[in-house]
Design a protein around this ligand. Sequence first.
Ligand code: FES
Length: 136
Amino acid sequence: MRRLFLKTAPALLAGPALWLMNSLAKRTATLPENADITETVPLAEGNGIRFYDKVIVIADAEGLAVFSSTCPHLGCRINGAEDGELVCPCHGSRFNARGQLLHGPALRNLQPLPYALDKARSVLRVSLNTEQARSR
Ligand code: FES
């Protein structure tokens, strides 16, 4: 039994290893060129505003928009919407679905983030490089 296992184990492990290497190669091919810091979020069907850790994804009649969830006022995480407007929970800044500032105290629009669509996995790989550069 042990000999049989030792003979067949490499063949059994080769399949998953090849699949993993192939998957990683495909994933890398879909990244934005300079994206070394990313967040992967599910690509949900239908329109709506979806909040993730560092990313807000908005799908509507105008298409797909991806923004940093970091409020440009003092950096709170924007995690809610009212009447189609994104609302910061800390001091009430409001933004429209295109990330444009509607009401302060923030003085800037939300930061749009570049993303790559991976239809095979139904995910968006969002580059956070822009956000990192902004916070330095
Ligand atoms: Fe968002 Fe102040 S941190 S309004």
